[in-house]
Design a protein around this ligand. Structure first.
Ligand code: TYM
Length: 334
């Protein structure tokens, strides 16, 4: 860790079908670019994953695959700390202290909790409710300066800031108050089949969601089916949610501005545009898919990476937990 550099932290949950294009554009696809300018800590949020029901065999498989995919998306484990959340017990330890400094009322206001409990009425567990506290612990245990996330995590980030400020007020200045690092374009990629809703792995219509590990034909097929509108202009405008979403995806993937993308497709038809977006996305994701396959065939290398990642993560986080224990008044263990 370079003491001169700011610290970036972000985590992503494992899932059965890999990361979504929303995860990629809003978050994990940006992580690699930050590795030279910042100290970076990136991880797989497997503790968060069990807030919904998981099959243990599947979870283990999906978590390893997610780790390999995180590396394939451009994380260099030599430059960044790349680890599994469950491999660093400091997260759970700080979680408890922060939970005792978080109010029931503020957790009740979290929109993601409301959405998820509506989706899983048979499993509104306490972990789902306290999920944002663990997320605050993930961030504060490393004293992160910046947290790259999509817009859907903004409210959780606000909570982490509030908890940090409250702790600092009660126990004296201690935690760094983190800032969200939200991309200007692409912070909320929408479903292809219902562009008024966020693209999400839990989308009922799977045609709405592109996965980073989808093959080219699947990607093109899904884009061809993307919902647009009844006028025929490829222009970013109010009420044109489908076209706005496609223009956003195209511009982020090609590193062109939305205006440049509009000019490129001026006078062209929606069919041609949708195909072009599908092509650039498929071309962008193909090397990631290949690298993921290569890494998945080298389990020994993955193990070496995540074991070293866990050690590095622990060495940073343990200092924070030790100091926090002292701050709240626990008797020194040594
Ligand atoms: P998760 O796994 O749901 O999503 C990972 C990241 O992807 C972003 N994202 C999107 N961005 C743009 N458009 C979308 N449609 C879209 N869908 C998802 C999310 O904002 C997120 O940045 N609780 C977190 C994981 C987490 C975490 C943390 C993140 C645990 N601890 C500490 C940051 C810091 C989550 O479930 O993200």
């Amino acid at each position: 860790m370079d003491k001169e550099k700011k610290l970036i932290l972000s985590l992503i949950q494992p899932s059965a079908k890999s990361f979504t294009l929303g995860n990629y554009i809003g978050s994990v696809g940006n992580w690699g670019k930050l590795q030279d300018e910042y100290n970076c800590v990136y991880g797989i949020a497997d503790l968060h994953a069990i807030t919904v029901k998981q099959d243990p065999v599947e979870l283990r498989k999906n978590s390893l695959s997610a780790y390999a995919l995180m590396l394939a998306c451009g994380i260099d484990p030599e430059k960044s700390v790349a680890f599994f959340q469950s491999h660093n017990k400091c997260h759970a330890e700080l979680n408890w202290i922060l939970a005792c400094n978080t109010q029931f009322g503020e957790l009740s206001r979290m929109t993601q909790f409301k959405d998820k409990s509506a989706k899983h009425p048979d499993n509104i567990n306490a972990g789902l409710f306290t999920y944002p506290v663990l997320m605050a612990a993930d961030i504060l245990v490393y004293n992160a300066d910046l947290v790259p996330v999509g817009i859907d995590q903004k409210q959780h980030l606000e909570l982490a800031r509030n908890v940090a400020q409250r702790f600092n007020y009660v126990y004296g200045d201690f935690f760094k108050v983190p800032e969200a690092y939200i991309p200007k374009v692409g912070a909320k990629i929408m479903s292809l089949t219902d562009p008024t809703k966020k693209m999400s792995k839990s989308d009922e219509n799977q045609n709405g969601c592109i996965y980073v590990l989808d093959d080219k034909d699947t990607i093109i097929r899904k884009f061809k089916k993307a919902v647009t509108d009844s006028d025929a202009e490829i222009k970013f405008a109010e009420g044109k949610d489908g076209i706005n979403n496609l223009l956003t995806i195209y511009s982020v993937i090609t590193s062109k501005t939305v205006e440049e993308a509009e000019a490129e497709f001026s006078g062209k038809g929606y069919g041609e545009f949708k195909l072009a977006v599908g092509e650039v996305v498929a071309d962008k994701l193909a090397p990631i898919r290949e690298e993921h396959a290569r890494l998945m065939a080298d389990k020994a290398y993955l193990k070496k990476c995540y074991t070293e990642g866990a050690m590095k993560a622990q060495s940073i986080a343990q200092r924070t937990v030790t100091k926090a224990y002292r701050k709240v008044g626990f008797v020194d263990a040594r």
